[in-house]
Design a protein around this ligand. Structure first.
Ligand code: FES
Length: 101
């Protein structure tokens, strides 16, 4: 379980899978999702098993999500922005019904 060290000072809201997530301005998408309790941000390409952010430094690519319709965004390197729409990435290069390859 991840917990914030302090209350949100400058809250920013965005969407993950249609649910509103409130983060601290300056958080990365991955940090915001983990702090919100999200443990499944993408599916493994071969096995389909759920994956979550791991390294948080841009090395492992476990955090790939679709952001505002663009697939393969590294959530751990992308700062949150008010109103952004983040989706779980469930196939290589995007989402089953959306994200372009
Ligand atoms: S968590 Fe490893 S690249 Fe994002």
């Amino acid at each position: 379980m991840f917990k914030r060290l302090h209350d949100l000072r400058t809250p920013v809201s965005f969407e993950f899978e249609g649910e509103t997530v409130t983060a601290e301005d300056g958080d990365t998408v991955a940090a915001a999702l983990l702090a919100h309790g999200v443990r499944h941000v993408r599916d493994a390409v071969v096995s389909g098993r759920p994956r979550a952010p791991y390294c948080m430094i841009g090395a492992c690519f476990e955090c790939l999500v679709e952001i505002d319709g663009r697939p393969n965004r590294q959530a751990c390197l992308t700062p949150v922005r008010a109103g952004m729409a983040v989706r779980r990435q469930s196939v290589a290069g995007g989402t089953p019904d959306g994200g372009a390859q």
